[in-house]
Design a protein around this ligand. Structure first.
Ligand code: RB5
Length: 153
């Protein structure tokens, strides 16, 4: 499993703190930014989403001011399933039910402690669709793939 992380300028400080707090466990590959200069979030989100979509055994974390811009962009990439997570429940459900492979966080609306908890939860939770009782989740995620095939040409 490979773990990617990236942010725009608004998420730069939190990205560094997440790397400090969780880097030992998850050994993130940092796709930038590397300085706190203003940058457009689409340029960052697309880079990470393409990597995650290409590598099925990978998970990404994207941080901007709210997490919203990053998720909008990331979800334009077929195979990327990005979710804005903001509490323990959404961090868990995004993986268990939606098989989300990218967590999007807002550096301006959650604390560092909360961000650490959310990312740790997201990265350590697995999709329920791999086992018999969770078949319905797999079926739903497969439908997302079909929608991508039909609409992203
Ligand atoms: C940057 O000011 C901010 O708009 C961006 O980080 C993000 O919140 C967009 O969704």
């Amino acid at each position: 499993m490979r773990y990617y992380i990236a942010s725009d300028h608004a998420g730069f400080g939190l990205k560094n703190r997440l790397k400090l707090g969780l880097g030992r466990e998850y050994g993130f590959t940092d796709l930038g930014v590397f300085v706190a200069e203003r940058i457009d979030y689409p340029d960052i989100a697309i880079k990470l989403a393409k990597r995650v979509a290409k590598e099925p055994e990978s998970i990404g974390t994207l941080i901007c001011g709210t997490g919203i811009g990053m998720s909008i962009v990331a979800n334009k990439v077929p195979g990327a399933r990005a979710a804005v997570i903001y509490d323990g429940f959404t961090a868990k459900m995004a993986r268990q039910h939606n098989n989300a492979n990218i967590a999007c966080l807002g550096a301006r609306n959650i604390s560092e402690q909360m961000a650490l908890l959310l990312v740790r939860t997201f990265l350590s939770t697995t999709f329920l669709g791999k086992g018999k009782p969770g078949e319905r989740h797999l079926q739903r995620v497969r439908k997302i793939g079909k929608i991508e095939e039909q609409h992203f040409k």
